[in-house]
Design a protein around this ligand. Structure first.
Ligand code: NAD
Length: 327
């Protein structure tokens, strides 16, 4: 069987090739993102493998179905980019990797927070420029601060444990509270998180009820020094409202691994063409914003787990007709 990979990058190809060796499955890697324009590349395959920013809307799914695509293996946890009802209607089966390394993502959230707070990125550039001044590099102790965690699933709980280790007080919100959190923090309402947290981290899925969870009205409730962290999905935050909140000092800073219009920009080198998205361009200008290009998942352990689960998902779907990770 041949499987086509969209949005394939070199760092994952090596891992996938080693994990799929001797399985009888042949992998064809396309660097292009799946869109209506690139869907034709799937011709001749029955199974394709997609990532977070591949477009799997009704139009693309219909195209894929006409070409004979039967299975879509997502090599990620989130599936907000897939029109699942349409896939079902077309008889296309979709599997995902629900759990590959909550540590990778939670640790990246902490890395962003520590960097923004202690300004190590700025200190590093200064020292390379032989500037040993400490002006403008004052941070704050994490110990004693209140951390609000929205979504206490696999990643949110790991993040909660790490922040507890720093000596923080943990507040959490999740419509489905988790027993493990009882020994780590306290479940409260969302407004209580917005009002009381010094640090707010988003770990819930993106869906109709969580889109723009952080908006002008919620920034209004926050402490003026509050730092927000988003390693979930970009559209959990209204980016224009975030810019206003930063400009008017309603919040203290933002650590962002995801951005609501990241498709087509993140994972690519835009250094010669420049940024065409004015909102993203403005976000990159704030000294109290740190941005990474959806890299929270990117550890050796996570890549291997993603490749192994994807291999098993496809095998189960094709050989046994059922897969526990089917959506
Ligand atoms: P999970 O399914 O284990 O946990 C999600 C939690 O969110 C669940 O406990 C659920 O009850 C809760 N939730 C649902 N609706 C909510 C709401 N309205 N408000 C608050 N909580 C709500 O998922 P996970 O593995 O912890 O991943 C969380 C999210 O992280 C994923 O949905 C994905 O979007 C994102 N993610 C990002 C990266 C990255 O590289 N940046 C990597 C993996 C996952």
């Amino acid at each position: 069987m041949k499987i086509s990979f969209f949005s394939a990058r070199k760092y994952e190809q090596e891992v996938f090739e080693s994990v799929f060796a001797n399985t009888g499955m042949e992998l064809d890697f396309f660097e292009l993102r799946l869109t209506a324009k690139t869907a034709q590349l799937a011709k001749g395959f029955t199974t394709i493998c997609c990532f977070v920013n591949d477009l799997l809307n009704a139009e693309v799914l219909t195209e894929l179905s006409k070409m004979g695509i039967k299975n879509i293996a997502l090599r990620c946890a989130g599936f907000n980019n897939v029109n699942l009802p349409k896939a079902k209607e077309l008889g296309i089966r979709v599997v995902r990797v629900p759990d590959y390394s909550p540590y990778a993502v939670a640790e990246h959230a902490v890395a962003l927070l520590l960097t923004l707070n202690r300004k190590t990125h700025r200190a590093h550039s200064r020292i390379r420029d032989l500037n040993f001044s400490l002006e403008g590099l004052v941070g704050f102790d994490l110990r004693g601060k209140t951390v609000g965690i929205i979504g206490t699933g696999k990643i949110g709980r790991v993040f909660a444990g790490i922040m507890k280790g720093f000596g923080c007080t943990i507040l959490a919100y999740d419509p489905y509270p988790h027993k493990e959190m009882e020994s780590i923090g306290t479940y409260v309402t969302l407004p209580e998180i917005f009002k009381n947290a010094d640090i707010i981290s988003l770990h819930c899925p993106l869906n109709d009820s969580t889109k723009h969870l952080l908006s002008a009205s919620t920034f209004e409730m926050m402490k003026p020094n509050a730092v927000i962290i988003n390693t979930g999905r970009g559209a959990l935050i209204d980016s224009k409202a975030l810019i206003d909140a930063l400009k008017t000092h309603k919040i203290g800073g933002a650590c962002l691994d995801v951005y609501e219009e990241e498709e087509g920009v993140f994972f690519t080198d835009q250094s010669t063409g420049g940024i065409m998205d004015d909102v993203l361009a403005r976000l990159t200008t704030f000294p109290n914003v740190i941005l990474t290009s959806h890299q929270a998942f990117l550890t050796n352990e996570a890549l291997r787990n993603i490749a192994e689960t994807t291999r098993d998902n496809i095998r189960n779907l094709v050989d046994q007709g059922k897969c526990q990770n089917e959506l």
